[in-house]
Design a protein around this ligand. Structure first.
Ligand code: ZN
Length: 425
């Protein structure tokens, strides 16, 4: 069996962590199309070059290294190993980067063992996954989920336009549309990522095979009461908007018990009280509700229940209830054949594993309805991510890379291909 070498993976992760590293909070600042982000992309291209891979940056800023048969009209479909190179502000060193360097290590191992795959392997560092401009630009572009209108109008939270950010990075936003890849040119998409949650670490399990990415709905809600004097208004004569919101918060676990599953999540993540003055009864509570589940019908039941419960609470507290659904993203399911392959390989390797949903969004979700896509997680210590103290033990990184190598070898080298995984067309 070919083995990955963890020292090389470790050294790659530390090298990329230098791009956008902030000494003060020890976090990584590599937001999409920033200087640090583009420098990290160049660093990865230099590694492609070292490995003798054909490489390019596409119109969306994705960096693509290819090992095996060259691109051309008759070339077989490729197996993609991809994840993102950008980070959130004050992010960690593993988020996204792991999925790219794991791909580099797979190619390195195959190459040093003289194995040239029948199906090309592409290692891709996707662009702007963390949503600085509100999407997952690189993955969306590759799978045809970008419109010109959005490219022309998207801006970040400081009002900085996507097209200007791309221009500063030497890219033309209209070229994003050239990054599209046809499904028939892709044999599979694989992503390995840190879990970013506490499940694997708590259970002392090494690998989490992802069933799918939970769908998400987001509401902006408003409870409107009366902003009375906090001394003059008796307790039983108030219309206190905060009390209504808090009653709803207490109902969330019951809503999930009755209408949801163990994969359901409902979160009030942002709250603003008006007028927000210590001596005034809150006349208005503005808050967000974000709900998730892996099943769209369950999402519907959760959202119906939220509406019902909020309406009845509003009546009880003499409040007016308004809401606006800001977004509704459907769940995306990983391919059963790829999941079965991952499961068989993880059993052969003897690592502990479980299947699980991904509550967080990832590049893979756009490939789910585009090609056969699969993803697995390695543990995040204490579930920490999107923070400087994000950590994954090197022994777990090593196992994740080894599992990826086993999967990609089978998919790209065409030997012992799992049932139902034979190349189509
Ligand atoms: Zn990520």
């Amino acid at each position: 069996m070919q083995r990955v070498k963890i020292e090389r993976v470790e050294s790659d992760i530390h090298a990329i962590a230098q791009f956008g590293f902030n000494e003060a909070d020890r976090g990584v600042y590599r937001q999409g199309f920033s200087e640090a982000d583009m420098a990290a992309r160049q660093w990865v291209r230099d590694r492609f070059e070292e490995l003798g891979m054909a490489h390019r940056m596409d119109g969306a800023g994705n960096v693509i290294g290819r090992y095996g048969p060259a691109e051309g009209p008759d070339s077989p479909p490729c197996v993609i190993i991809g994840s993102h190179l950008d980070s959130v502000p004050a992010g960690g060193i593993f988020d996204g980067v792991l999925g790219v360097v794991a791909g580099l290590e797979c190619v390195r191992v195959l190459k040093e063992n003289g194995i040239v795959p029948a199906f090309p392997i592409e290692v891709i560092g996707t662009s702007e996954e963390e949503g600085r401009f509100g999407g997952m630009l690189g993955a969306q572009a590759m799978t045809g989920h970008v419109t010109l209108d959005w490219l022309d109008t998207a801006r970040d939270e400081h009002g900085f336009m996507l097209k200007d950010a791309m221009k500063a990075a030497g890219l033309d936003s209209h070229d994003v549309l050239h990054a599209y890849r046809r499904p028939e040119d892709i044999r599979a998409f694989l992503e390995v990522h840190v879990e970013q949650g506490p499940v694997l670490d708590t259970e002392k399990t090494t690998i989490g095979i992802v069933e799918g990415i939970s769908g998400v709905f987001k509401w902006n809600c408003r409870l409107i009461g009366k902003p009375d004097h906090a001394g003059a208004a008796p307790m039983n004569m108030r219309s206190d908007a905060l009390m209504g919101m808090v009653d709803f918060a207490h109902e969330i676990s019951r809503i999930i018990d009755e209408e949801g599953t163990d994969k359901s999540r409902i979160t009030i993540g942002h709250v603003a009280l008006k007028p927000g003055f210590p001596h005034t009864v809150p006349g208005e509570a503005d808050f967000t509700i974000v709900g998730r589940d892996l099943d769209e019908e369950v999402m519907q039941r959760l959202s119906d229940a939220c509406r019902r419960v909020l309406s009845s609470i509003a009546r009880k507290h003499k409040l007016k209830f308004e809401y606006e659904e800001m977004s509704w993203l459907k769940p995306a399911y990983c391919d059963e054949g790829i999941r079965a392959l991952m499961e068989r390989k993880v059993q052969e390797l003897g690592y502990s594993y479980r299947t699980m949903p991904s509550g967080a969004g990832h590049d893979v979700q756009f490939f789910c309805n585009h090609t056969r896509a699969g993803m697995f997680f390695v543990p995040s210590v204490n579930g920490v991510s999107h923070a400087p103290d994000e950590w994954t033990h090197w022994s777990d990184i090593e196992r994740g890379c080894q599992l990826l190598l086993e999967c990609v070898t089978e998919l790209a080298c065409g030997e012992d291909v799992a049932a139902g995984m034979a190349v189509s067309g």
